[in-house]
Write a protein that binds this ligand. Structure first.
Ligand code: HPA
Length: 277
């Protein structure tokens, strides 16, 4: 469990490395980190330079903060995120969102790679996350467990509107203006690192999940606890096979990321450009 003093130490180390004062945090998911390369006047801080910051161990996640300007906004992007399945605690994987709050960031934008459960979805579709099922949190693996950090938020925060409606509407408008078929749905967060069994996938379908992945919900829970607003977009990297004949694999997830990057980039750039400062 990280103390508030340790979180302050991380925030201080970031402030010492950049003149920028970001107001928007970006967490870029598996294979989707290249948007951070488009940030101008960037200060780049490898995670390994920061105190208490666990390095990302997954192939395809480079593991650095990129802070600078994008579409007229000052952003802090995490190129590569830390996952629960890497063996870190829930507090560790959501630590960056606490640090964002300490840095004055009030909006979190998250992307992830996800498997499509909704039968209408196709590989390469972006999906606006309208709500989530935090499977991990529901069974007690949840970053808000333990003593409440009163300085960040209340003991019993509401998770209704975890995904900000105005930001979602803006994403819809931007997608439409760019001719991008933005799907919508409920994202279900599991721990991974295994891909689901067909029975698990059918179960997720029954309970109302449209997409499944291994991240995002814990970060959004903490953002909500911090009083931040969130926009989440999944990139559908594979269509989940509910029969078991063609199981998902990491290579196809990374490969589909290449199709998704330009679509997600257009949406996120448009959202940033039109978001009030
Ligand atoms: N399941 C879980 N996580 C994922 C998937 C999937 O099919 N695809 C990308 N991330």
């Amino acid at each position: 469990m990280l103390t508030t003093a340790q979180l302050q130490e991380i925030a201080g180390a970031i402030r010492a490395r950049t003149q920028h004062r970001p107001t928007i945090g970006l967490i870029l998911g598996s294979g989707l980190g290249s948007l951070a390369n488009e940030i101008s006047h960037a200060d780049v801080i490898p995670y390994t330079d920061l105190p208490h910051w666990p390095p990302s161990t997954v192939h395809g996640h480079s593991g650095q903060l990129v802070i600078g300007n994008l579409e007229g906004q000052v952003v802090l992007a995490m190129q590569g995120r830390i996952h629960f399945y890497e063996g870190y605690t829930m507090q560790q994987i959501t630590m960056p969102v606490r640090v964002m709050a300490l840095l004055g960031i009030s909006t979190l934008i998250v992307t992830n790679a996800a498997g499509g459960i909704n039968r209408a979805f196709e590989v390469g579709d972006p999906m606006l996350i309208v709500d989530h099922i935090n499977f991990l949190g529901m069974v007690g693996m949840n970053p808000l467990m333990g003593p409440n950090l009163d300085e960040f938020g209340p003991r019993f925060p509401a998770m209704a509107n975890a995904y900000d409606r105005d930001l979602g509407e803006l994403a819809r408008q931007v997608a439409q203006a760019n001719g991008i078929n933005l799907r919508e749905g409920v994202y279900c967060a599991l721990s991974g690192p295994f891909y689901e069994t067909p029975a698990e996938l059918r179960f997720l379908q029954v309970i109302g999940a449209d997409a499944v992945g291994m991240s995002t919900a814990p970060e959004v829970v903490v953002a909500r606890h911090n009083g931040m607003r969130s926009l989440g977009i999944s990139g559908i990297t594979n269509v989940c096979d509910l029969t078991g004949d063609s199981p998902a694999n990491h290579e196809e997830v990374i490969e589909a990321g290449k199709v998704l990057v330009p679509r997600l980039t257009k949406i996120l750039r448009g959202v940033l450009a039109q978001m009030p400062q």
